[in-house]
Design a protein. Structure first.
Length: 749
């Protein structure tokens, strides 16, 4: 599973974490990482369990492991370039220095990290509620009032500063003049007295001035503190939640994406206004220092405050550059697609450059790692994207600063997964789009680099790969952390979390949620066992069980069965499912129990176990001898239903009368109305295909006693084969059971 290499690393504690820091170095390739991780995992797989009286053996094994790890690092280095070899040799020395006296510490931490189930609580789609929105706006209003008060105080301080500076200069000039005057004690005495009085007044005002100045500095720092706390809440909670909503929306969740982002933009614009005014106020305060009167601690406070406000500004500008409309989750080579990025600061950013350029590149997982660890984006690329340049433009009506990529196309991609990766396929490999821009704002010559990474995408070459691609996408969307290392996901999750996500996806595709009974059916399907309700909450399912391992006695995985069922429902009987007509998640034996006491002609539909992406009909049949039997029609696939709809087929079958438990079929199923079958000016008579059941005569002539649970399959090539003593239909063509080629004339009226 992509990302597993990193999941154990985040669970380490110091000093073990320090020793493994080399894994984050860009020069350490993904092949080296996987090689080392696989080696460590192999060493720990068959670890013996030790009890207290075996502590000595435990220490010996831990020491052996440390020595072998050091040798492995050095050996790997001999096969690499000089800079990688040097890094690995230094790392080997670090391991020896840290753990030579306590190898058990390293060994036990690695054991715990590798064997601990990697399960994270899933996120969910939560819209902004009015109460929370009002709370943030209230806090912003309070901040604006504080900033306004600080603005008045800073302006008054400027006025007082100018007066004091002038008074100090005048007193200095008078003192100089006095020093040059002749020694006339009377005149000098009077001047000296006047200077002393003025100096006293100046000193009094200076003391008041410095108190006001210190109070203003503390008030500004208080605003910076409160702004930082609220900004952190908005960016790391509400904007992060919006991103979660956005990704869940892509698999069918209902979310107020546009409305919430507009609200967050208003908040960000308020933050920028508060930060900008606070920065101006700090600049004013710094300029109001008086020569010879500067307090060293005060100067330090001012520099710290300026550093903090600059950090808030940079964080706001960087975090407010978001991917508003994500690219398709599955990007097909040479298929056109769109995406939109948006700068949430809008016009308040005061960009100096008119319509700055935004560029897009596609990046691999390891390139996303490097961006994550370096917190810096360069022109990484893992492929070639055509039409990858757009400009940030301000929409006056919408009040949005966005760059829209209308017609992008991925021409080429570089794969890192090859045929030698036996446990992976190319549909496990995740990429992302990297959006980058440089902006220069008014009142500053600094160039701000902004970038945003899209949600992970899977690159395909054919729509037949979508099934496997969606497995990776759904697992990533549902279980990845918002602040993860790209594109790390857990290897194991709780079943109740997964089924809720599958329900979300199925609901988005079919318009109706799964019932508790249908979810329980899927549980038994996934785990291949029977379990009475309720299912334990701590039950877990692995990535491999979800979409890699075939189900017992089947040639397909759980995900393949679920995906094909969902696709069949969406494409061929959406309305029937939406209105509860199809109750497909039913076992064969369960269907027979439901129909056991029903009158002949009663039927129900269920998704097939034996035919992937098929739906079958179970019905009560009455033979010539009055024997009631439950028959199963051979499953219909997407190909069958594209020829003739499920509703039409049910109407075609005279043997089907009542939808379980007792609903007349004509009240539920409507025939598809086909118009303009033939041109008006033709003399030909149109034809229409009709379905017909061919029930083997062995079922209708059986003289055995009636058994309500006795059942057979109508043309059930996969589920039922006639035995040697059964009478077989003389038609050897297996398709004859459907008799789809039987034609009925439609008179041209």
């Amino acid at each position: 599973m992509a990302g597993y290499t990193w999941s154990w690393l985040n669970q380490l504690q110091q000093p073990t974490l320090q020793a493994f820091r080399f894994m984050h170095e860009p020069k350490i390739t993904v092949e080296i990482r996987e090689c080392l991780v696989n080696w460590i995992k192999q060493q720990l797989d068959n670890t013996p369990t030790f009890v207290n009286d075996q502590a000595t053996n435990h220490e010996q094994i831990a020491t052996h492991f440390l020595n072998q790890l050091v040798k492995m690092l050095k050996l790997t280095g001999t096969k690499c370039s000089y800079d990688i070899s040097d890094e690995l040799n230094k790392t080997a020395c670090v391991f020896q220095e840290l753990f030579s006296n306590n190898p058990v510490q390293l060994y036990e931490q690695l054991l715990e990290s590798f064997k601990r189930p990697c399960i994270d609580y899933p996120y969910e789609c939560i819209d902004l509620v009015e109460k929370k929105v009002a709370e943030v706006f209230d806090e912003l209003n309070r901040l604006q009032i504080l900033v306004y008060s600080n603005d008045i105080d800073s302006s008054n301080l400027e006025i007082e500063h100018d007066y004091l500076e002038q008074e100090m200069n005048e007193l200095q000039e008078i003192q100089l003049m006095l020093d040059l005057m002749p020694n006339d004690y009377t005149i000098r005495g009077e001047e000296t007295h006047q200077i002393a009085v003025r100096q006293k007044n100046l000193d009094d005002r200076l003391r008041i001035y410095w108190k006001k100045r210190l109070t203003l500095i503390n008030d500004i720092r208080h605003v910076i503190l409160l702004t930082g706390q609220l900004q952190d809440k908005v960016l790391n909670k509400y904007l992060a939640q919006w991103k979660i909503n956005q990704r869940f929306h892509s698999i069918g969740a209902s979310a107020g994406i546009e409305r919430d982002l507009d609200t967050i933009q208003l908040w960000c614009e308020n933050f920028l206004e508060i930060i900008s005014k606070t920065k101006v106020q700090l600049t004013k305060v710094i300029k109001t220092k008086l020569e010879g009167c500067m307090n060293g601690m005060e100067a330090s406070d001012l520099m710290t405050a300026m550093k903090d406000v600059n950090w808030l500004y940079e964080a706001l500008v960087a975090s407010s550059f978001v991917v508003e409309n994500q690219p398709p989750l599955i990007i097909k080579i040479n298929a056109r697609f769109t995406a939109t990025v948006r700068q949430l600061l809008g016009k308040t950013l005061n960009i100096k450059t008119e319509n700055p350029q935004v560029t897009v590149s596609i990046i691999s997982e390891i390139q996303a790692h490097n961006i994550h660890w370096n917190n810096c984006a360069t022109m990484y690329t893992a492929g070639e994207v055509v039409n990858n340049i757009a400009r940030l433009e301000y929409n006056e009506e919408a009040k949005q600063l966005s760059a829209i990529f209308h017609d992008m196309r991925l021409q080429k991609i570089t794969r890192s997964i090859t045929k030698t990766n036996n446990n992976k396929c190319v549909m496990d490999e995740k990429y992302a789009l990297l959006f980058q821009s440089s902006v220069t704002v008014d009142h500053s010559d600094d160039v701000l680099q902004v970038w945003a990474i899209s949600s992970p995408v899977i690159v395909s070459v054919h729509h037949s790969q979508n099934q496997k691609a969606w497995a990776s996408i759904i697992w990533d969307i549902a279980f990845s952390k918002i602040d993860r290392i790209p594109f790390e996901v857990p290897e194991k999750v709780r079943w109740d979390w997964l089924i809720n996500v599958l329900n979300l996806k199925f609901n988005g595709a079919s318009g109706r949620s799964l019932t508790a009974e249908e979810k329980h059916f899927l549980y038994e399907k996934a785990f291949g066992c029977s379990q009475p309700l309720p299912v334990p909450n701590d039950l877990t399912i692995t990535w491999s069980q979800f979409c890699k391992q075939n189900l017992p006695a089947r040639a397909y995985t759980f995900w393949e069965w679920f995906y094909q069922t969902m696709k069949l429902t969406h494409d061929h009987f959406y309305d029937l499912w939406l209105h509860g007509v199809v109750n497909g998640f039913v076992k064969k034996k369960q269907a027979e129990m439901f129909l056991a006491n029903c009158i002949p002609g009663t039927f129900l539909m269920r998704f097939s176990d034996s035919v992937l992406g098929g739906i079958t009909i179970a019905f009560v049949h009455e033979g010539t001898g009055g024997l009631h039997q439950i028959l199963h029609i051979e499953p219909f696939t997407a190909k069958d239903l594209s020829i003739r709809t499920l509703a039409d087929r049910i109407h075609d079958f005279d043997e089907l009368s009542y939808l379980y438990p007792n609903i007349p079929k004509h009240t539920v199923f409507q025939r598809q109305i086909v118009t303009n079958l033939m041109p008006i000016d033709t003399n030909y008579v149109a034809t229409e295909l009709r379905a017909r059941l061919i029930i083997p005569r062995v079922l209708t002539t059986n003289n055995q006693s009636c058994n309500p649970f006795q059942n057979a399959n109508v043309n059930a090539g996969n589920d039922h084969m006639p035995t040697s003593n059964e009478e077989v239909s003389p038609n050897d063509d297996p398709l004859s059971y459907y008799a789809l080629e039987e034609l009925e004339l439609l008179q041209d009226l």
